[in-house]
Design a protein around this ligand. Structure first.
Ligand code: ZN
Length: 486
């Protein structure tokens, strides 16, 4: 079954063919770390976690780069206003890097709670200033940038004579010209839609570096072009991010890459849609956002209860990544119920009675699940198939349908592959550490008991002695062994 991906640039689904199979290069725009992550951050990270997991499941070797923006992202997402991190640092009377460390740690903790796998590389903008300066120089030398008062701007007008500016977002230069009014502080630009590649820093700006043009810092769009090129090469397979990054961020990335290297860097552009609250986009600027920590604790006036990380994960996966998803307590509570139903059925599989023959075609479901995921990562359709299997499990349990031993094994494998490995939903019951230790200890003691039964005294002794080193005492009793911490 071939994987199809909706390519935002082409505005259609395309069969996915990586440049250098089995290797896949994927770059995703990560957070600007000046505040706690909210549901929108989770949706973007989760969308590409699903892509990452499914590509690996299909056998691809994925190098997944997700950046951390720690400098250069200005307040209005363009070239004006204060640096978001520098502003937070000023308000909190901290070093910008203290803000970066604090919120990066909290972002990682949130992502771990959501069972989002770590990217292969997580580069920071401040760690790649040299690479960014080099790329600005190249764009400058090729004539697509100009210097003004120590800052360097991308010359959109010049670029659009040679390339198609606006091809990702569908915006036209002429329309931009009509729609943008001159903003204060933009006089040094030739055109209001030109964007900064390098900004001269004023004295207040703590994070600044030497460059051929001024002491300053890179423009926000520069980091992703420079870092994706460094780690994935001039051309790579997938670039992802939230729909809100389409313009100006990703449009600018395309322009920068073409200006610097004469060709597109990205083969498949993927964008996840937004979370809405009563139909309005959830976001910091609208002041209707709820952070993940607030969801996990239930401490927010819009929340009726706390929601576990897996409930949030399951809720997000119930919508296709390209659809908007409206937040409500009812929807989250339904997600929680649905997920519990799936796990109850999953726990039942190994206890199902088997018969000689099956009355249900289980292999068909495996194909359906693969088909759903291979159709542009359609997680809601996949989840619907899993719920159909829940019905099958309950009917077999009630002896209304029958399954052979082999089909029960296949059924278990479908849940292990699609629910646990690909959707990344894990049972929250077993995440309690004491339970995990109890379970592991029981497994180890069972292995030791087997060794003793087989008169393999060396293995039995090794297990007891190794556990001793961990201050775990094993006591042999009449009916097996027990253990305790000393
Ligand atoms: Zn980016």
């Amino acid at each position: 079954m071939r994987l199809s991906i909706y390519n935002t640039l082409k505005r259609k689904k395309e069969i996915f063919e990586p440049l250098n199979p089995p290797h896949v290069g994927m770059y995703v725009c990560g957070p600007t770390v000046y505040g706690d992550a909210h549901l929108g951050h989770a949706r973007s990270a989760l969308t590409f976690d699903l892509v990452f997991r499914y590509l690996k499941f299909l056998g691809y070797k994925v190098r997944y780069v997700r950046n951390i923006t720690d400098v250069g992202h200005l307040e209005n997402d363009a070239d004006e206003g204060e640096d978001k991190i520098a502003k937070k640092a000023r308000l909190e009377q901290l070093e910008p890097m203290e803000i970066v460390k604090y919120f990066t740690d909290r972002y990682h903790a949130n992502m771990d709670a959501l069972n989002i796998q770590h990217p292969s590389i997580e580069p920071t903008a401040s760690g790649h200033i040299i690479e960014q300066i080099e790329m600005v120089k190249t764009i400058f030398d090729k004539g697509y940038a100009y210097e003004a008062e120590g800052s360097v701007y991308f010359d959109v007008d010049k670029y659009s004579q040679d390339y198609d500016y606006g091809k990702l977002s569908g915006r036209k230069v002429e329309e931009l010209l009509e729609n943008t009014r001159e903003l204060a502080g933009q006089e040094e630009k030739k055109n209001s839609f030109d964007f900064a590649l390098w900004k001269k820093a004023d004295e207040r700006h703590i994070m600044q570096w030497k460059s051929p043009w001024s002491k300053g810092f890179p423009g926000w769009h520069m980091e992703c072009s420079a870092m994706s090129k460094k780690y994935l090469g001039e051309t790579f397979d997938i670039h992802g991010g939230g729909m809100d990054l389409l313009f100006p961020h990703h449009e600018s990335e395309i322009a920068q890459s073409n200006a610097a290297q004469g060709k597109d860097a990205v083969r498949y552009w993927m964008h996840n849609n937004m979370i809405t609250v009563n139909g309005q986009k959830m976001g910091k600027s609208l002041n209707n956002f709820i952070t993940l920590n607030e969801f996990f604790s239930g401490k927010h006036e819009a929340l009726q209860q706390a929601y576990s990380p897996m409930t949030i994960r399951f809720f997000l996966l119930q919508a296709h990544y390209r659809s908007t998803l409206d937040f409500s307590n009812e929807a989250l509570q339904a997600a929680e119920k649905g997920m519990n139903k799936l796990f109850a059925a999953y726990d039942l599989i190994e206890k199902l009675p088997d018969t000689k023959s099956s009355s249900v075609d289980i292999a068909k479901y495996r194909d359906l699940c693969l088909k759903a995921m291979s159709d542009d990562f359609n997680s809601p359709v996949l989840i619907a198939h899993l719920f159909d299997l829940v019905k099958v499990i309950n009917q077999v349990n009630d002896k209304k349908e029958t399954l052979s031993k082999d089909d029960i094994v296949t059924l278990k494998q479908i849940f292990d592959d699609f629910l646990i490995t690909i959707l990344g939903i894990k049972s929250e019951k077993s995440t309690d550490n004491t339970q995990v230790v109890d379970y592991l200890m029981q497994t180890i003691l069972d292995i030791r008991q087997n060794a003793k039964t087989n008169k393999d005294w060396a293995t039995a002794d090794k297990i007891r002695n190794d556990l001793n080193k961990l201050n775990i005492q094993v006591k042999d009793t009449k009916d097996g062994a027990s253990w305790s911490f000393r």
